[in-house]
Design a protein around this ligand. Structure first.
Ligand code: NI
Length: 528
């Protein structure tokens, strides 16, 4: 122990835990509550350091069932030969955690695009894996925000994010913890009891020095301009960096870097911490190395949140969200596609709704009024699950063959039937067979939505060709035509969703493609 203290002393002045009566004077929380140094009732001296135990430096395992609760999100863009990929994950519905993560994703995406001289415009086929698994792992790469699930147990969730820098902006790394209602509790620093922060930092420092002696990427100097910065839920200003950045493992525990070490911390089932120290400049100089920090029970450094997480990891139950429903998607920020299903409701529709619900996918249903009357409960459920309802006439005639009053009647009766079943009045209409002209546009009086991707599923093309058309055809803003009258179509939907996610698509209703403001007249696809 003495040699460690001496080494740190020699490198960067007095050990940081020796100041402020055991409290970190740079910590606003600790500083604001620190008793004056002359007060005799200052915090008692810390207990002896715990025995060094070899423990695995791995984040808690997340079960597939818990992972399935969360939805993977991706905002990606190509600018020339460069690419941008920003990942995050959302709980169902709308909640503060989703809002916080998407606001950070937007800020990073805008900064990345601006650094390339471009305005943000989402694309597909940019990031490997697309929107498949939520936050699989962090992969440091230029112009990326990587994310990693570090907790999804019972009523708690935790997401680490790492934002690669746009010079001269810094790397930012944060672990955000929230409850299952999406209420943000805090970042990694909130795992530590504020009064024990100085002692925790001492344990972190020792763990990093120990890690340096074991095989692995050398922990070292932070490359100029990419000094890590904490982005906590309640940001705290960090002091100016030292004029000359020291090298070696100690850089990670320099005052300006302590914030990010703790903000990015993960607590393990053992009650130990996992921190991520910056590694020495390598190929890209932007790596981190996971370092376990052994915490003995007597040290008592964990906050109530930290203890709560340890208990949740120990119980190891599936994440149970306290929010529900589909999450709003901004199709100006992520690349959207609209799946549309025509000619229902049918006996297949409820099964399709189950499939869409399990996959957190929003779709649009163009309903025939004559069928709505037969299955009002299905129509109500479709609306309640967050899907869009559209008007597909009463009996599916070719509208251009009908006189004006009959056209009006086909539309009006269907509007009334859908409203009676669901309480929703459709705001878009799809002409049967895509058959319409200027007269029909004028008579219908709402946007006439057709498609740019026709799967021709009604001709039973076989699963492979159907999936190829539905997955390979769309570009950003596409409207895909399918029918929930065909069992083969409904059966292929999971594969179609997975394929589109693999390309990086998110799913929106037709109105959602346009942010709710569908232009009048003819519509074949959303903004590109
Ligand atoms: Ni039709």
């Amino acid at each position: 122990m003495a040699s460690v203290v001496l080494a740190l002393t020699a490198c960067s002045g007095p050990p940081f835990w020796a100041d402020g009566g055991g409290l970190d004077p740079l910590d606003p929380v600790a500083a604001s509550t620190a008793p004056p140094t002359s007060t005799p009732t200052a915090e008692p001296p810390p207990p002896p350091l715990p025995a060094r135990v070899d423990r695995k430096a791995v984040a808690p395992a997340i079960s597939d069932a818990s992972r399935a609760v969360l939805q993977s999100r991706l905002a990606a863009m190509k600018v020339g030969d460069a690419s941008i990929a920003v990942r995050w994950a959302t709980l169902p519905g709308e909640n503060p955690l989703n809002a916080l993560l998407v606001s950070r994703a937007r800020a990073a995406a805008d900064a990345f695009a601006a650094s390339l001289g471009a305005a943000w415009a989402p694309g597909v086929d940019v990031a490997p894996g697309g929107t498949g698994a939520p936050c699989p792992r962090i992969e440091p790469a230029p112009r990326t925000v990587g994310c990693e699930l570090v907790l999804a147990h019972g009523d708690l969730v935790g997401v680490r994010t790492l934002t690669e820098p746009v010079e001269p902006e810094p790397v930012t790394r944060t672990a955000i913890y929230a409850d299952a209602a999406g209420t943000v509790i805090g970042d990694g620093a909130a795992l530590i009891d504020p009064s024990r922060r100085a002692y925790a930092l001492m344990l972190v420092a020792r763990a990093i020095v120990d890690a340096e002696k074991t095989p692995g990427p050398p922990i070292g100097k932070v490359p100029p301009g990419s000094r890590p910065t904490a982005t906590s839920a309640a940001p705290t200003p960090l002091p100016e960096p030292a004029p000359t950045a020291p090298t070696g493992p100690f850089v990670a525990v320099l005052p300006e870097n302590r914030g990010v070490l703790l903000a990015d911390a993960v607590v393990l089932a053992s009650g130990d911490l996992l921190v991520h120290a910056p590694t020495a400049p390598g190929a890209d100089g932007r790596g981190t190395r996971a370092v376990p920090v052994v915490i003995d029970a007597e040290a008592d450094i964990l906050s109530d949140l930290g203890e709560r997480i340890v208990a949740a990891l120990d119980a190891d139950t599936v994440l149970t969200p306290q929010t529900a429903g589909l999450t709003a998607v901004d199709c100006g920020f992520v690349a959207c596609v609209a799946l549309t299903f025509d000619d229902g409701p049918t006996g297949l529709t409820d099964g399709l709704l189950d499939t869409l619900g399990a996959a957190n996918v929003r779709a649009t249903f163009y309903l025939q009024g004559g069928y709505v009357e037969n299955r009002p409960a299905t129509v109500l459920r479709t609306a309640q699950l967050g899907h869009e309802l559209g008007n597909h006439t009463w009996a599916h005639p070719a509208l251009t063959t009908l006189p004006d009053p009959d056209v009006v009647d086909q539309i009006a009766r269907t509007q009334a039937a859908i409203a009676a079943a669901s309480g929703v009045v459709p705001t878009t209409m799809r002409p049967p067979y895509g058959d319409y002209d200027d007269r029909i546009v004028a008579l219908v009086g709402m946007p006439l939505v057709t498609w740019d991707i026709d799967t021709k599923d009604w001709a039973d093309p076989g699963r492979a060709l159907l999936v190829e058309r539905a997955v390979g055809g769309p570009e950003r803003g596409s409207i895909v035509l399918m029918h929930d009258t065909h069992e083969s179509t409904v059966a292929a939907v999971p594969e179609i969703i997975a394929g589109l996610r693999g390309r990086g698509f998110d799913f929106a209703s037709v109105s959602g493609l346009f942010g709710g403001a569908v232009p009048g007249g003819r519509v074949t696809h959303g903004p590109r």
